[in-house]
Design a protein around this ligand. Structure first.
Ligand code: FE2
Length: 317
């Protein structure tokens, strides 16, 4: 299930409005007994389109927050209402408003934890300052957990970069697990490092190995993993919630159709898992469209997205 994207919805509205105007001018207007002033009609069409284009640009660039609720009997009552803010594909702040806007939105959400699901930095745009600013501010909002994305691990200075994050107070979760505790109850947070591979098969082999090393228990288990396109391998492996990114919403978001292009070779065009919520075999994966960009294809009708997931306990007593 894909989330609501205001930009692609507005694109659809613009198309429907102009189609209606066209049909009216060709089929209805000539049959009307009363003459309609062409100058006024043209002005209305121009102004309405200007408003739609303005709204389209605005909603394509401003960070949106997609809210999800996840219910489970496995979620302890102590974690009822627990809010996870997911930040994905920051790409050194390459989006409207940059780091400052993202911090403001994050503070407003009042999360219990912040999960960063990769691509904070770009291997070819090495400026760690925006990440430094972001991490330093986020750790004051809530505990921050980080797993790497492909562009993080492709960066030559990745090890130093990780140390920098750790020194700022970010908890590194690459191939690690961490027990989140609240009032004596706990839920387990797992993280898998990006496989550092262009090759889909190598990435799959790495993921299978790392998944095999984890033993999710009977409680509620969350996995942070960058590449949403790997859902087929992750579903049914004991994780009730998976938070992912990587797909950038398919770069161009088309109404009804969804994303246009994948960063992976497999299913390059009109890929699955570009955004939204995906359920299979007891696993729910929530995919962020991310914030920034590194791909040669620009993001279109695809606003920067923050994801907020609230846990709801249906535990029986
Ligand atoms: Fe990315």
């Amino acid at each position: 299930m894909r989330g609501i994207n205001p930009a692609s919805t507005l694109l659809l509205l613009t198309f429907i409005w102009n189609l209606a105007v066209f049909i009216f001018s060709k089929a209805v207007k000539p049959k009307l007994k009363k003459k309609i002033n062409s100058g006024i009609t043209a002005l209305i069409i121009l102004l309405s389109n200007l408003c739609l284009v303005f709204a389209l640009v605005y909603f394509s660039t401003v960070i949106g927050v997609s809210h999800y609720m996840l219910e489970s009997r496995r979620i302890p009552a102590e974690f009822d209402g627990f809010k996870i803010l997911q930040i994905s594909d920051f790409h050194t702040g390459t989006f409207h408003g940059g780091t400052k806007a993202l911090i403001q939105k994050s503070v407003k959400e009042k999360p219990d934890i912040i999960a960063i699901t990769g691509d904070l930095i770009d291997e070819d745009r090495i400026n760690t300052q925006p990440v430094k600013e972001l991490a330093a501010a986020l750790v004051k909002v809530a505990p921050v957990y980080f797993v790497s994305g492909n562009h993080d691990v492709w960066y030559n200075g990745f090890e130093d970069f990780e140390k920098m994050l750790e020194n700022l107070g970010v908890q590194l979760l690459d191939n690690r697990q961490f027990l989140l505790q609240r009032g004596g109850a706990g839920i387990m947070l797992f993280g898998i490092r990006d496989p550092n591979s262009w090759n889909d098969l190598m990435a799959e082999a790495y993921l299978k190995e790392k998944l095999g090393a984890f033993k999710p228990g009977e409680g509620f288990n969350i996995l942070l993993y960058h590449r949403a396109n790997m859902f087929e391998l992750i579903k049914g492996k004991g994780f009730q919630l998976v938070l992912s990114g990587h797909m950038h919403g398919g770069q161009v978001q088309l109404p009804f159709i969804g994303g246009l292009v994948s960063p992976q070779q497999k299913q390059r065009w009109f890929p699955d898992f570009t955004d939204g919520r995906w359920n299979a075999e007891g696993t729910t994966m929530i995919v962020s469209r991310g914030l920034g960009n590194n791909a040669p294809v620009p993001r279109m009708f695809n606003p920067p997205e923050l994801v907020a997931v609230t846990l709801k306990s249906t535990e029986e007593h």
